[in-house]
Design a protein around this ligand. Structure first.
Ligand SMILES: [Zn+2]
Length: 191
């Protein structure tokens, strides 16, 4: 599989010593790239030494979170999260812009946090996000959308989320406020 998009859950144990991670354990992660594509490796604090850091494209530090219980409610809030995963699974380049917009939305909602930006040999920027709850890493190419394209993609995403794009609103049901895509990342000063 050689898809542009990639989700990798944290390992359950340190790659070197095999110690199982438990909730709250500091986690040291790195990303490597080889013929098989991107691979994520996770280490405990003790094993995070020079040999473990070799060949890292990206490294980041986080805290292991035991998998949360299945969400009983708040399904609505998870819609963008679910849609992002579904679109990434399609491996269809036509979904690239929508995937990126969803990732930006989730970053704004502090569901994803950006850990790094890689520049591929072909010049494409790959944004490395981490899911705050599950610790999964999401690798998402940045299509570097122009403003004109952006509006169009945002409408597409609102439709996919089941809302009504602005400008097409009938009087009956306004689009849900929670799933509106937000503005492009350019005015996000935290970057
Ligand atoms: Zn270890």
């Amino acid at each position: 599989m050689n898809s542009d998009w990639n989700i990798q859950a944290p390992g359950h144990a340190c790659r070197v010593c095999g110690q199982a991670f438990s909730d709250g354990t500091p986690l040291f992660s790195k990303l490597t790239f080889d013929t098989g594509g991107y691979t994520r490796h996770d280490y405990c604090a003790i094993c995070w030494q020079a040999p473990a850091k070799a060949n890292a494209l990206s490294i980041w530090r986080s805290v292991f979170r035991a998998p949360p219980p299945p969400p009983a409610e708040a399904l609505r809030k998870e819609t963008a999260d679910t849609l992002l995963r579904q679109l990434m699974e399609t491996e269809d380049p036509a979904n690239g812009n929508a995937i990126f917009i969803l990732a930006v939305m989730l970053e704004r909602r502090r569901i994803l946090v950006e850990r790094d930006v890689q520049v591929r040999d072909d010049g494409v920027k790959i944004r490395v996000y981490e899911h705050r709850k599950t610790g999964e890493s999401f690798l998402i190419p940045d299509p570097e959308l122009k403003l004109a394209a952006l509006a169009h993609v945002q409408e597409q995403v609102v439709r996919l989320l089941g809302g009504t794009p602005p400008g097409e609103q009938k009087t009956a049901e306004p689009a849900t406020a929670t799933d509106q895509p937000e503005r492009p990342p350019k005015e996000n000063e935290e970057r």
